[in-house]
Write a protein that binds this ligand. Structure first.
Ligand code: PLP
Length: 440
């Protein structure tokens, strides 16, 4: 088992996170429960910022909030001085409500509605990351209503697709996001934007994928973008103030994963950019990045209570927990792998092999196959590690299972930051059938 952040085995033989015993957390808040190690989030945030400072580069580190968003989370990100990416009116509303400074919010999305754009302009967000020609038209039109210039980045698809262990240079840009970098679309978009009275083109954005363990894809994408920037210098006399190279830095879910330290990604990316900038003889633009998973992924742990078991003779033992694909859809969606321990007996030998089943009515609702655990009994507590990203944010009410609560732990204290949904919450928007008009 790998313990990370502040998690450790305590004298009671229990798993402890942030100085708080998880057995106590289960008693106090119930299960399933998402537990966030706040110190670890702070450490990750600081190391990204520090890496840029060490290299003397002006930067913004924007938390890609789709990984996990809530009022308290946004307040924590604000405390650490990071910026924030939002991709919908709902995420923007949460950010504004949390008191997050709008000037450090960036609005993303491949189909922003007029209402969402208006909301962003009402609050004067720091920039809008523009994805397509329709959006340019909308923003140009809205800028007249607001009588001020709208700061934007143009998102490009660089023809580099990064996957966990390698990257593919597609050379073409088959993606629903952004303007093709290599097929003339971006130049067309730039012409329109540079001619618009109401739009201020801050710079260029690209994002090549997720859970990436290698810097080569980032470096290649940066090189492609800067080759273009060199050409645009001649063609449009335009030099971007900002180049945003996205997120996607990989984390360790299981011992097979070998992520690089955050600082290493930043160093490699910045080195590549510096080289290009020197060759071109232009001023270094601000470099922005957008880590999501790598800020919160391994800081999250989900605590479940064990219930039923089923043994299929000579094949396997299924152990069922009180959650599943309703609170963690990643195994069902992308065969994501996790590690877990028995939180209430963490010091015992984990030398039996079982498979962890969720409680949803889907055979595919399996959280972990072939997990080493001690002999498990009902009421044991299972702690699944690294569920902090795309866990709660993708949670759903399949089978009308209420979404779990979320607690932050730090320095021996636990704080409830999202309440557990109740059955009443589940039917809150349901309306009864209209009664039939009586006959006669
Ligand atoms: C999802 C996303 C991110 C964050 O990705 P992670 O893998 O969570 O780091 C960053 N930028 C954009 C544009 C995204 O869509």
């Amino acid at each position: 088992m790998f313990l990370h952040g502040t998690s450790k085995k305590n004298d009671a033989g229990h798993l402890e996170i942030g100085g708080v015993d998880t057995v106590t957390l289960a008693k106090e808040f119930g299960t399933p429960l998402y537990i966030y190690d706040v110190a670890l989030i702070r450490e990750r945030a600081r190391s990204f910022k520090q890496a840029f400072e060490n290299m003397g580069v002006k930067a913004q580190v924007a938390y890609a909030s789709k990984a996990f968003s809530s009022i308290a989370m946004f307040q924590l990100i604000n405390e650490e001085g990071l910026s924030l990416d939002v991709v919908s009116g709902g995420e923007l509303f949460t950010a504004i409500t949390s008191g997050f400074p709008a000037s450090r919010i960036h609005l993303h999305g491949n189909n922003k509605s007029r209402a969402e754009l208006k909301m962003a302009l009402d609050h004067e967000v720091g920039c809008i990351v523009v994805d397509n020609f329709y959006e340019i038209e909308l923003i140009d039109e809205l800028s007249k209503e607001y009588s001020r210039k709208v700061p934007i980045l143009l998102r490009v698809t660089p023809g580099v697709e990064a996957h966990t262990h390698d990257y593919i240079t597609t050379g073409q840009e088959d993606s629903k996001f952004g303007f093709g970098l290599l097929n003339g679309q971006i130049e067309q978009a730039m012409k329109t934007v540079l001619d618009s009275e109401g739009i201020h083109l801050l710079g260029i954005h690209c994002h090549i994928g997720s859970q990436i363990f290698d810097t080569a894809g980032f470096v290649l994408a940066a090189e492609r973008v800067f080759e273009k920037i060199n050409a645009w210098k001649e063609e449009f006399s335009y030099i971007p103030e900002v180049v945003n190279l996205g997120g996607g830095f990989g984390i360790r879910y299981t011992k097979e994963d070998e992520p690089l330290p955050a600082t290493y990604y930043v160093e490699q990316i910045v080195e590549a950019v510096k080289k290009q900038v020197d060759d071109m003889g232009i001023t270094m633009p601000e470099i922005w990045i957008e880590p999501g998973r790598s800020l919160v992924g391994d800081a999250g742990t989900t605590l479940y209570t064990v219930g039923s078991k089923k043994t299929v003779p000579n094949i396997r033992e299924y152990v069922a927990i009180d959650g599943g694909m309703s609170d963690n859809i990643r195994p069902a969606l992308y065969q994501a792998k996790y590690e877990a321990v028995l939180a209430n007996r963490v010091t015992e030998n984990h030398d039996k092999t079982v498979s962890i089943a969720g409680k949803c009515c889907e055979s595919g609702d399996m959280l972990i196959w072939d997990l080493p655990l001690p002999e498990v009994q009902a009421k044991d507590l299972l702690a699944v590690f690294c569920t902090g990203a795309y866990g709660y944010s993708m949670a759903n009410n399949y089978n009308r299972i209420p979404r779990p609560a979320v607690v932050f732990v730090e320095n021996g204290e636990a704080q409830l930051v999202i309440k557990r949904e109740s059955y009443e919450d589940l039917i809150m928007n349901d309306l009864p059938l209209k009664s039939k008009v009586s006959q006669g």
